[in-house]
Write a protein that binds this ligand. Structure first.
Ligand code: ADP
Ligand code: MG
Length: 691
């Protein structure tokens, strides 16, 4: 139930003055459908309308003058503007108006009268002018012109100043809400109240008020982080409630592990121990194994699967693509089968009698493990006793998809795997509702990938080298970035590249891109994996984590456009065998200093966590695109870099609140519930995050 105090903020934007059928869709596009969304708009700039005289007018600046109307020059032709010539004792200016109602201008601003006029000055070969002044008021009403004005984002048809009017009205509607923050923390951080923080947001007093470190900005960010952390902590709490099957470490798993031709790394052993402790605890496990591609997550998961099977339960391992599912299946099926644990592969390709047979085996319990794609959570897939749901690259699935899989068992344990490195400081925001095991150690014997950055001008050398090594049997990935806003032109660029490489290298060049159907993508990937193609050109990271051991070269075009974590993952696709591998990062010169440093870190280390952390620091949080791709939430106020110190505090705060008051019934608890409603980060509501 939504608290009544929030009703005004949940009214549709049309309840704001001046928002009718024309404006509403524009405002919705910019902010969202309700008043709260307009209230949460953030100005990104500040204009000072300092009064000046015309002789001091500067081209391009926003200025305010006190002018006398001298003459109206009506439009002579339809497309021409209406002009008003005006002056002050130091000079003159032309005010220019286009549009429909210009004939009313003469009545509103008669010759001889004084007006305070504010707007952007143009001073060029057409003379000094101001097109559509922002304000034009009688001297007695000069106060209507704010000296400092926040500039809002705008959309076509809705200029920033209209947006500001709506934001200020939304602010008027914002009620004082009961304080949900701890008083001691508020005092320590010098946070204003929620209402005061929003007032400062929309009526900034200095340029510094727009910065993320301003106290009111930190307050709003903290509110948002706390709401989110609470939602995740609640979800974790809910999952724990209700007993889950107790699964003990088994001989079967030990034997499966002993049969592997290698010993676990310390990090693998530790992760398996953490999973086993969860499984034996009698509460539902919600754990993530995080580790680079090839760090050995799947074999750890395989041992957990063996434990479950030994206890009589079933497991389902879901991957985002068919080819990944098949690779997982190939990794785990034989070792498990050797010890009496039967596994099947279930993908969209299974049809007819074959599929029916597999489903029957799952329903009867004849098979203990199902590896697959989306095909796994379809309604007619029934398990005899699903106890463990595993999801690889879980951020590529929707929450409801993961839940559909889990709901095929009762109190199913949940284990996610991810190769997307998240900086430690941000882990809570992405995986706050999961316990995390990190595999931060690589299996021994891997040859590091030789990484080089080269300007695009040297692409010819790269192509010549590719021609040589592919002739000797090597395989290469060639990644073209998403650069433009238009997918079509990105695709065209990739097609051109593929055609050019075909010319230089020969017919063994394939192309894979996001517009292809899943089946078509899988087919191209399979050809590449089988060695039928020697070069695979791809538009984006289509197949994170795919294993093509023979591929030893990774070329990335316009590498400076990628997130470092993404580049690291791309590079992780080569260097998986004992052969020497190379990664070539082609860039468009000149590189900025930061871009240079970013590419440099890749040359210096292959520790994904270190790379992610350094990337965040180098970007200063300015570009969160890479973060979003890895599942970082789309916050309104919280900035992943500037507010990173608040993340851990919000996580601790959330846990403490729930420990003391799990049902949120105390006065602070009730205030906190209002906060959560305010941000929609509610357990079970529209979830954008993990688990
Ligand atoms: P991930 O799932 O993290 O990508 P996998 O579990 O699929 O990694 O392992 C990648 C490859 O490395 C597999 O061929 C696996 O057999 C091998 N491997 C895993 N752990 C080790 C280890 N400790 N020592 C040597 N090789 C290993
Ligand atoms: Mg894997």
């Amino acid at each position: 139930m939504r608290p009544e105090i929030l009703f005004p903020l949940y009214a549709p934007v049309t309840s704001l003055k001046g928002v009718g059928t024309r404006v509403a869709p524009l405002l919705e596009k910019l902010a969202g459908p309700i008043v709260r969304d307009v209230l949460f708009l953030r100005p990104h700039n500040l204009v000072r309308r300092t009064p000046a005289v015309l002789s001091a007018a500067r081209d391009g600046e926003i200025m305010t003058f006190e002018l006398t109307i001298e003459e109206h020059q009506r439009a002579r032709a339809h497309a021409q503007p209406w002009r008003i010539r005006a002056s002050d004792p130091t000079g003159w200016i032309t005010l220019v108006f286009f549009g429909r109602f210009t004939d009313q201008l003469e009545k509103r601003h008669p010759v001889g009268e004084k007006r305070i006029v504010s707007g952007r000055v143009g001073d060029d070969k057409f003379g000094r002018q101001m097109v559509h002044p922002d304000y034009m008021v009688e001297p007695g009403k000069a106060r209507e012109i704010p000296e400092l004005e926040a500039i809002y984002p705008a959309v076509e048809g809705l200029p920033p100043r209209r947006v500001r009017t709506f934001a200020l009205e939304a602010l008027e509607r914002a009620p004082d809400l009961p304080e949900w923050q701890d008083p001691a923390w508020l005092a320590r951080e010098r946070f204003p109240s929620w209402r005061a923080a929003l007032a400062r947001l929309h009526e900034p007093e200095t340029e510094a008020d727009l910065l993320p470190q301003a106290p009111h900005m930190r307050r709003l960010a903290y509110d948002e982080l706390l709401a989110h952390q609470l939602a995740m902590a609640q979800r974790k709490q809910d999952r724990r409630r209700g007993a889950a099957p107790r699964i003990e470490p088994s001989d079967v798993a030990d034997r499966v592990q002993a049969d592997l031709p290698f010993a676990f790394t310390g990090a693998q052993a530790r992760s398996l121990a953490e999973i086993r402790a969860d499984l034996a605890a009698g509460e539902r496990m919600s754990r993530l194994i995080q580790g680079d591609v090839g760090s050995g997550k799947t074999v750890v998961a395989m041992c957990a699967i063996a434990d479950v099977a030994a206890g009589g339960g079933q497991s389902a391992l879901m991957a985002p693509t068919e080819i990944l599912a098949r690779q997982h299946y190939e990794t785990i099926a034989a070792p498990l089968t050797a010890h009496g644990v039967a596994a099947i592969l279930l993908t969209g390709r299974d049809k007819g009698a074959g599929r029916v047979e597999k489903l029957r085996a799952l329903a009867s319990g004849a098979v203990q493990v199902a590896v697959g794609t989306h095909a796994l959570f379809q309604d007619d897939v029934v398990f005899q006793q699903l106890q463990l749901a595993l999801v690889d690259e879980q951020h590529r699935f929707g929450v409801s998809e993961r839940q559909r899989l889990q709901s095929k068992g009762e109190a199913t344990h949940f284990l996610a795997m991810s190769a997307t490195p998240i900086p430690r400081t941000l882990e809570l925001t992405v995986y706050g509702d999961l316990d995390v095991s990190r595999i931060d150690e690589k299996p021994p014997g891997r040859t590091p990938v030789a990484t080089r950055a080269m300007p695009m001008g040297r692409i010819g050398e790269v192509e010549a080298r590719l021609r040589q090594v592919t002739a000797e049997g090597a395989q290469a990935f060639w990644i073209c970035p998403m650069v433009s806003e238009s997918e079509v032109s990105d695709l065209a660029a990739a097609e051109t590249r593929a055609a050019e490489l075909t010319k230089r290298i020969g017919p063994g060049v394939g192309l894979i891109h996001g517009k292809m159907t899943a089946a078509a993508k899988d087919a191209v990937m399979a050809d590449f994996a089988d060695g039928k193609l020697s070069v695979l050109v791809a538009t984006t990271v289509v197949e994170v984590g795919v294993n093509v051991p023979n591929a030893t070269i990774m070329v990335v075009e316009q590498a400076e456009r990628f997130g470092l974590a993404q580049l690291h993952q791309l590079r992780g696709r080569v260097g998986r065998g004992r052969q020497e591998s190379a990664c070539v990062l082609l860039y468009d010169p000149p590189l900025s200093e930061v871009a240079q440093k970013r590419l440099d870190i890749l040359r210096r280390t292959d520790d994904g966590f270190l790379i992610a952390e350094t990337d965040l620091e180098l970007r200063g949080g300015g570009d969160t695109l890479g973060l979003r791709q890895s599942g970082f939430p789309d916050y309104v106020f919280a900035d992943p870099f500037a507010h990173r110190d608040l993340i851990a505090a919000a996580g601790d705060d959330a846990r403490m609140i729930l420990e003391r008051d799990p049902a949120l019934t105390t006065p602070r608890g009730k205030a906190v519930a209002v906060l959560q409603e305010l941000f929609d980060w509610r357990a079970g509501a529209k979830l954008k995050d993990a688990g």
